[in-house]
Design a protein around this ligand. Sequence first.
Ligand code: ACO
Length: 327
Amino acid sequence: MKTRARIIGTGSYVPEKILTNADLEKFVDTSDEWIRTRTGICQRHIAAEDEQTSDLASKAAQAALDMAGVTAEEIDLLIVGTITGDCPWPATACLVQEKIGAKNAWAYDISAACSGFVYSLDAATRQIEAGAIQKALVIGAEILTRFIDWTDRNTCVLFGDAAGAVVLEAQETESGVLSTHLHSDGSYYELLYQPGFGSVHPPSEEGLKNRVPYLSMQGNEVFKVAVRSLYNVAVECLEANNMSVADLDLFIPHQANIRILDAAAKRLGLSEEQTYINVERLGNTSAATIPVALDEANRAGRIKEGDLLMFDAFGGGFTWGAALVRW
Ligand code: ACO
């Protein structure tokens, strides 16, 4: 039997404070009706001033460790998918390592925007399949609301803060991560990105005035490529495993907005029962959406042993990818 990466624990953390569409109406030129009909989002959670991305990630990680019955010292590899880390460097994963006491792990971040969790899952899975490690913590964590321009109504209504995590263990089994499929296309980078501060726009007063440290997006263009890519990579993933959409028990897509999800699910021929959606409560939390949704579904008893799950993500870069998991 093959050595596979098996998910043996899930965890998530969502900050307490809720910002509803009605709250947004008070300081943004928008309406609850516009946001709901265009995005499906009703509210999002916002990190407290003294909460950092590594705090959200650590809480999600601890919950996953507790479910798995694994101590932090047993973790060999710790990866955080994030584009809103505590600081540009060092890696937020190193700060999480310190906070949870995973002193035997090596730790790094993966920057793949909303695909960050699937990219991180792929990296850890390959280490496990190669026999290099026994246990890994894979986390998606973001505080995107600190990097959006609250004067830009095109983007500020979409995002929220959260973290989700899984513990992976090497097992000789038919279950676990069956395959991962990743893609990137840098020619689209300016459609969805944070222009500064980096080497193109190093820190400056001018840059601040021009809003370069904030997320910039051309929503219409992103929409079209997102639907196509989510569909294509889901089909690629099923075909690689000689399976069809009917075999899927739970499809967990990146929760960008309801229209992208509905369009991708419809094209794939997925039923409502097969698709997990929570974007109305949490908004788009980038790399955190899939592991948070997975943890919610798991704790709600929606996943049984032997179920077939697919994660399907798309984000800035552009990056996209899918993973097929036998529970
Ligand atoms: N409130 C009210 N009006 C608004 C708002 C708002 N928050 N935002 C934009 N509008 C206005 C625009 O100004 C425009 O008005 P105009 O016609 O007078 O110029 C009008 O609404 C229509 O704007 P569009 O951009 O064409 O609106 P669209 O229907 O495309 O919806 C949206 C915008 C929701 C961003 C959509 O393009 C989308 O879902 N894009 C996908 C992008 C996405 O989800 N990105 C997340 C990150 S990527 C990812 O996670 C996959």
